[in-house]
Design a protein around this ligand. Sequence first.
Ligand code: XIL
Length: 389
Amino acid sequence: MLRPVLSIGLVSATVLLGGMALTGSASAEPGAAPAQSQAAKYPADSLRALGDRVGLRIGTAVNTDELGSNADYTRITAEQFSSVTPENVMKWQLVEPTRGTYDWAAADRLVAFAKKNKQLVRGHTLVWHSQLPTWLSSDGYTTTLSNDELKALLKKHIQDQVKHFRGDIWQWDVVNEAFDDDGQPRQTIWYKAWGGLGYIADAFRWAREADPKALLFYNDYNLEFTGAKSNAVYDLVRSLKAQRVPIDGVGFQGHLDTQYGFPDLQNNLQRFADLGLKVAETEVDVRTFTQAPPNENTPTNPLAGYAQESYWSRALKACLAVRECISFTPWGFGDTYSWIPGWFDNPQEGAALLYDGNLQPKSQYYVLQQDLALAAGAPHRSGPGAGRN
Ligand code: XIL
C-alpha cells in the first residue's frame, strides 16, 4: 500500500518505510490512514512491519494464559507479529472437554485480540490424533466409540468449530500429522474408522462448506526433509488436488534441531507449491542441547548459538525465496513458554525460540530482523564513487 501512495519509483522500500514511520503524514492520499495508525502502533523495525514489505505474515503461537495477564508478553505479541496461532485453545480437548458442551472462551479472546491488533489467525487444528478429549479417546489410537459414531462426531466437530469462527480464520490446519515418521499412514482412530485415508478428503470438504473463505491446510512435521514422509504427504496432496478436494495449502511445522543437518526446506516448499498450493512454515523452533552430557552443542559453547542463528535464518530465507510461502510462524517467542523443554528432555533440549526466558530478544531475533530488512532490498550506496551520486 505504501509504495503506490508515495510513488517515488525505485527508491528502496527501506527508505519508504523509514520515511513513513518517521514522518507519519508524508502521504496525503485517502485510504492511507489505516497504514499510518498501524505504523504508529508497532515499530517500523518489528518483524511484522518488515514482513509486510514483502507480503509475508510473521506469526507466533500464542499461550492464551499469558495473553492479557503478562504485560510484556502481550505487548510483544501485538507489536512483533501479524498473525497468531492458538498454541492449544482450538484443539478438541480444550473446546469440547465434556461431550456436547463447547468452551470457546479462550479462543474467542485470541480472535478478538487479533482483530484489535490487525492480525490474521491460523486456526489449529481440526483433525488430529493428539490432545483429544478423554471421552473420545485417551491416546488417539484407541476408542470405545463405534466407527459410525466417530464419523458423525468428526463431521459435527468440524462443522461446529469452523462455523463458530467463520470469517475470522485466515488459514485452518484442517488435518494435522496424518503420517508416521516413516511415511506410513498413522493408524489413528480416524484412519481406522474410515478404513483408510478417506477421512482427510471428507474433513476438507466439510471445512470448505462451513467457511468457504478460509484457506484450508494440511500440516505436519519433518516435511522439511526430503524422504519417505515428505514424499507420502506430497503424494497425498497431489491426489487430493486431482480429486478436486478443497485443499489450499500445506503447513511445514519446522521443529528444527541443531543436532541434525539443516533440511532441504526450500526445495520441499517449492515442490509442494508447484502442485498449485500455498505453503507456510507454521511452528518453527530451533532446539539445542541445554544440559549435560556436555558436548559441542551445549549453549556454553558459542557454536550452538551460531547453529541456531543459522537455522533460523535459513528457515526464514527458504520461505522468502518461495513466492507461495505466505506465512512464517515461530511456535511462540519466549523460551520460558516453549513446549520444547517439557517434550524433549532426554537429553534435555531447549533455547528454541527468538526471545529468552526474560522476554529479551536473542541474537536469533536480530538475524531474522536483518534478513527481513534485506529481503525488501538493501539500500543503494550513494555518494562519490558509489553506484549513485
Ligand atoms: C504442542 C503445544 O505447544 C504444547 O503446549 C502442548 O502441550 C502439546 O502440543 N505439533 C503441533 C502442535 O501441531 O499443536 C504441538 O503443540 C507441537 C507439535
